[in-house]
Design a protein around this ligand. Structure first.
Ligand code: C2E
Ligand code: MG
Ligand code: MG
Length: 727
């Protein structure tokens, strides 16, 4: 079986993929350009030689060569070469236009003119037949003449047909190209046969020169043309073997018929060895090209397909849309982009393992393709898919997808989230995908919503987001990022013991931008460290100035994000800054939010511990707001726990909040950590928290976040009284 398959592959019987076929065809067309160029040069040289050898010497005595007039002499001596040159030129131009993928009017007209000229050779055949030399020639001479003349129009017709197809269909046709190349190869073969044979069999020529020289000339011409044809016939080895062998056998037969028995017999082995070598060369070139094409195809496949789920990737998706848009700009006008996400996919991975997650994604990919069978679909990354579909009825298709996904959910609770965006005419697909993704992101934690379309309101948000990402460097450089300070007081006497530094972006275009607008964006885009470094610098710089100018100073807590620890060396940056401004370490606390700690790694834990050992106080922010509050307490020893302000909502109505707060404070105290409650807005809350032993308080009751000037003004005016013990 293996041998059979090997032979099938070797002789080209194995079916090739469309890509391989096109690759082979393109390679053949390229060879045809080189070959036809050589033919043109060779034939020009032949015409030159003929005119020097026969036309000039016999210009006044043409009758000696058997012609009736000078036109016949000219035509008889050079006609065939000229015709062959025109064919080669047609092939050359066609190949050139084909390879450079030019399908403009120029290429169309050139190919049609040259192809039509070749068709006209059918009339030239009639002139040739009427020449006296034709009638005096042998039968084989007559047959080969007719063969040459009839192969040329066939070739011309294929050039014309191919050009018409390419022009009107605006695409290439492999079969037509194969016919074109093969018919050109046939022209070369019969031409070689004819010129070679007639040189040999023409008794007049033979009488003029040494017979052996003529024979050598003849066989050389024949073999040259055969080699040309061999080089052109690489698309299917068995076809080239059949064509080349037939012409070899026929030529052999003709030679034997015309009396060169001894010559051929002596060299017959060499003659057929040449045929075998030539076919072996064509086979090996064919194999090489097929292998290259297969490798190429695999590379292209890998670049365009997602290896996990076997559907197109984002790279292919965007390229395809750009291409379709270029071909027809109206293509996009009734379309909508859909960004598809499984909101709780992480849970599937953690509960069922990664192998299951991968299978789930592969199934999801199939469902996406099945729900949008006529549309462009792709997997962007993770559990994110993108689709470009018609606006009409798109919601029905989303429902189909949701049903398919739910049906194959294996009892898992899967929530599909889809963001939609109707693109503008010239909008890049990258931006359109971003907008659909953005719309999808807005319903991430919105339990009952499956679909969200990008609208005007989202557009404003999105633009602001883009603005933030694009302008963070400017903002830092120009000092638009400012630290505002919110007072922190002792609960016992409500005297000031510190402040929390909260970032404000005071922008020339948008005015005051609040942290909820820029912190999540900068965290997502991994730019948050730029802001936090600016804040650190601003805090230390202002503190130094206050100390130098003998104004009151309180310890300040700085908010850091989890991502900061990946994006910079936090310990080094903190030390560098306090050293630069000569600030006491105990005047700078680090706040880390509880949600950030849920993704802790050993490396991250080590970094926190190093910070603590280095003498920085670490405060746990927003305790109780996330899923892993108690876990955070287990892994780290915080200096202060900041209890989230959510506990104070409905404080006066819900008795249970009081109990919970009481227990939290007891728990923290038992663990040796101090406490602060955020968001204190009423006297009752403050009194209660003092009673249950919460050490520090922060909230609008004591002051909003102020600019430094206002903060100092409040101290100066006595609204904020600094405590005599700050730590
Ligand atoms: P956070 O660290 O929990 O800060 C407390 C937030 O609660 C502040 O909002 C503050 O204005 C607000 N707040 C304080 N007292 C009350 C109150 O009595 N009632 C109510 N309703 N709200 C109160 P802000 O300034 O908008 O900051 C929001 C969050 O942004 C901060 O939460 C913090 O996580 C983050 N953030 C702020 N500045 C920075 C910064 O420089 N770097 C980093 N990484 N994050 C920051
Ligand atoms: Mg904070
Ligand atoms: Mg907080």
């Amino acid at each position: 079986m293996k041998v059979l398959s090997f032979l099938k592959r070797m002789f080209g019987f194995k079916k090739n993929t469309k890509y391989v076929k096109t690759y082979l065809n393109d390679a053949n067309i390229k060879s045809s350009i080189y070959m036809s160029f050589i033919v043109i040069i060779l034939e020009i040289w032949m015409i030159f030689r003929q005119s020097r050898k026969y036309i000039r010497p016999y210009w006044n005595s043409y009758d000696k060569l058997g012609y009736n007039n000078r036109f016949q002499l000219l035509f008889g001596m050079t006609g065939l070469y000229i015709l062959f040159i025109v064919c080669a030129l047609a092939m050359f131009m066609f190949g050139l236009f084909y390879v450079i993928k030019k399908r403009g009017r120029g290429s169309f007209i050139t190919n049609i003119i040259l192809g039509s000229l070749c068709i006209l050779w059918i009339f030239v055949m009639i002139i040739e037949i009427k020449l006296p030399t034709f009638n005096s020639g042998t039968n084989i001479n007559k047959i080969t003449t007719i063969l040459v003349y009839s192969s040329m129009p066939i070739f011309g017709a294929s050039i014309v047909g191919n050009s018409l197809y390419r022009h009107f269909k605006n695409e290439d046709n492999t079969i037509l190209s194969i016919i074109t190349i093969t018919s050109f190869a046939a022209v070369c073969l019969v031409f070689g046969f004819k010129v070679g044979y007639s040189d040999f069999a023409n008794p007049w020529y033979n009488s003029k020169g040494d017979l052996n020289t003529q024979k050598i000339k003849m066989i050389t011409c024949f073999l040259t043309m055969i080699t040309f044809a061999g080089c052109l016939l690489i698309w299917k080895p068995y076809i080239s073997i059949v064509m080349l062998t037939s012409i070899f056998v026929v030529f052999d037969y003709c030679l034997v018929q015309y009396g060169s028995r001894e010559f051929i017999e002596a060299d017959r082995i060499n003659y057929y060895t040449f045929l075998v070598s030539l076919t072996m060369i064509t086979i090996s070139i064919y194999q090489q090209r097929v292998n290259e094409a297969i490798k190429d195809e695999k590379l292209i496949h890998d670049a365009n397909f997602d290896s996990l789920v076997e559907i197109h990737n984002g790279h292919h998706f965007t390229r395809k849309i750009i291409k379709l848009y270029k071909e027809n700009p109206d293509y996009i006008s009734d379309k909508i982009y859909l960004f598809i996400n499984v909101s709780n996919f992480k849970i599937i991975n953690t509960q069922k393992g990664f192998a299951y997650g991968d299978k789930f994604l592969a199934r999801l990919a199939k469902d996406v393709v099945a729900s949008f069978p006529k549309d462009q679909t792709a997997r962007l990354a993770d559990d994110h898919f993108i689709v470009l579909t018609n606006q009409e009825g798109f919601m029905d298709r989303i429902d189909v997808l949701n049903r398919l996904v739910q049906a194959s959910s294996d009892g898992l609770f899967i929530r599909l989230k889809v963001g939609g965006y109707r693109p503008q005419k010239e909008e890049s697909p990258f931006r359109a995908i971003d907008k659909a993704r953005y719309a999808c992101g807005t319903i991430k934690s919105d339990y009952g919503t499956m679909f969200m379309e990008y609208d005007k309101e989202l557009d404003e948000q999105f633009m602001k987001r883009q603005y933030i990402v694009n302008h963070i460097d400017d903002a830092v450089e120009n000092g638009y990022i400012k630290a505002y300070y919110q007072p922190v007081v002792w609960s016992s006497d409500q005297t000031l013991c510190g402040a929390e530094a909260l970032a404000r972006w005071i922008d020339p275009v948008y005015g005051m931008i609040m942290p909820r607008d820029f912190i999540p964006v900068l965290e997502e885009t991994r730019l948050i460290h730029k802001l936090d470094l600016a804040m650190l610098n601003d805090i230390c710089k202002q503190m130094r100035r206050s100390i130098d100018e003998n104004r009151p100073v309180v310890p300040v807590s700085l908010n850091l994000s989890r991502a900061d620890f990946d994006l910079m060396n936090v310990k080094e940056e903190l030390n560098k800054c306090i050293k630069k401004y000569n600030i006491d370490k105990s005047y700078l606390h680090v706040e880390l939010t509880e949600s950030g700690l849920s993704q802790n790694t050993e490396e991250f834990n080590a970094m926190i511990n190093e910070l603590k050992e280095d003498g920085f106080a670490i405060w746990l922010d927003d305790f109780g707001s996330g899923y892993s509050s108690l876990n955070a307490l287990k892994d780290f020893e915080f200096d202060v726990i900041k209890i989230d302000m959510k506990f104070l909502t409905n404080f006066d109505k819900n008795e249970r909040t009081k109990d919970i707060l009481d227990y939290i404070i007891q728990l923290a105290t038992r663990l040796g950590m101090r406490t602060l409650t955020e968001g204190v807005e009423t006297r009752e809350e403050a009194e209660f928290l003092n009673r249950i032993g919460c050490g520090r308080l922060q909230g609008f009751l004591f002051g909003k976040p102020f600019s430094l000037e206002h903060f100092e003004k409040h101290i100066h005016e006595g609204n904020l009284k600094i405590s005599d013990h700050l730590i």
